[in-house]
Design a binder for this molecule. Structure first.
Ligand SMILES: [Cu+2]
Length: 322
């Protein structure tokens, strides 16, 4: 057995261990809520490999939602050193070598999505592939912080995968609180409204409607073969969901706006950030929404404690309440 084969075997083992660890964590911990898409009568959870559920929501045949693993089914996402102002990575395959052949999906061989861990700064870009398997793109990482980079791709001969890796941009971090849930938002002079609420474990229709200056936009431009692309990231672990709309440009029944409808299934109750990419006026715009799926308990009190004030005349010292 050569070293590459051993390493890829090790990578597969790690993926299985991560899968098992995730299962334990989610059985023991209060959040995120149980993943309802699975048979709850089964004694345990399968490992990540080989648990086909047929969903087209980015996870493909993996048990986990997409984007949580840096290595899955033998494929690994490896950031590599890049020139200043650039971001570069490669995908290594089961043989340990960089993959150089990818299938086109939604007009591109590679979709790179980035978001900061606080869910700000979302960008969806398309890197260029060099002959040696290195993907490069002008860096989409806008500012300091810990970013999650998602590579959404289909290796030729393999299944669709979304791998994720954290990338730190040094500097003073100003964490941005997640905006409150809202059914309307504005971006680049457009108003986008959201109708529908995702439900854990079942498909839900989400309709996004685009207007500008109070008038419906009815000439959306196709972008990557659709009138809209929707990505959802789960708050807490940035589980990734890529959703495609109902209908396609040119199919004779799908209007070019103002509404774009998606069928989305989120893997658990929780808070999600939705990012809608749409194209109009020869530019791509991204409308963002915070949505809550299922029953989510209100946020816990801040983890940092405040010492009781000296003149506090109630409560027990050390168990102060506010
Ligand atoms: Cu893309």
């Amino acid at each position: 057995m050569n070293t590459a084969t051993k390493l890829s075997g090790f990578a597969l083992g790690l993926a299985a261990v991560f899968g098992a660890a995730y299962g334990v964590g989610h059985l023991a911990g209060p959040v995120p809520a149980a993943e309802t898409r699975h048979d709850t009568t089964s004694a345990g959870h399968d490992t990540a490999a080989g648990h086909g559920d047929g969903h087209a929501s980015g996870a493909a045949t993996s048990h986990l939602p997409g984007g949580l693993l840096v290595s899955d089914r033998g494929y690994t996402l490896q950031p590599v050193t890049a020139d200043t102002g650039a971001f570069a990575f490669r995908i290594t395959g089961p043989d340990g070598r960089p993959v150089t052949r990818f299938d086109v999906a939604h007009d591109k061989r590679m979709h790179l999505i980035v978001a900061r861990r606080d869910l700000s700064g979302f960008r969806h870009v398309h890197p260029d592939l060099a002959a040696d398997g290195t993907w490069r793109v002008a860096s989409p990482l806008a500012g300091p912080g810990v970013w999650r980079a998602f590579a959404d791709f289909t290796p030729t001969g393999g299944e669709p995968l979304t791998l994720g890796v954290d990338v730190t941009v040094p500097g003073a971090l100003a964490e941005r609180p997640l905006p409150a849930p809202a059914s309307s938002t504005t971006v680049d002079g457009y108003t986008v409204t959201l109708a529908g609420t995702p439900q854990p474990g079942q498909s839900s229709r989400l309709t996004l409607t685009v207007s500008r200056d109070g008038r419906p936009v009815t000439d959306l431009q196709p972008y990557l073969g659709a009138y809209g692309h929707l990505v959802a990231l789960r708050q807490g672990d940035l589980a990734y969901l890529h959703v495609h709309p109902e209908g396609a440009p040119g199919d004779g029944r799908t209007p070019a706006g103002p509404a774009v409808t998606f069928s989305a299934e989120v893997p658990s109750a929780g808070t999600y950030r939705l990012y809608l990419d749409f194209r109009h006026g020869d530019a791509v715009h991204t409308a963002e929404f915070t949505v809550v799926a299922g029953d989510v308990p209100p946020p816990a009190a801040p983890a940092t404690t405040t010492a009781p004030t000296p003149d506090a005349d109630h409560g027990t010292p050390g168990h102060g309440h506010s």
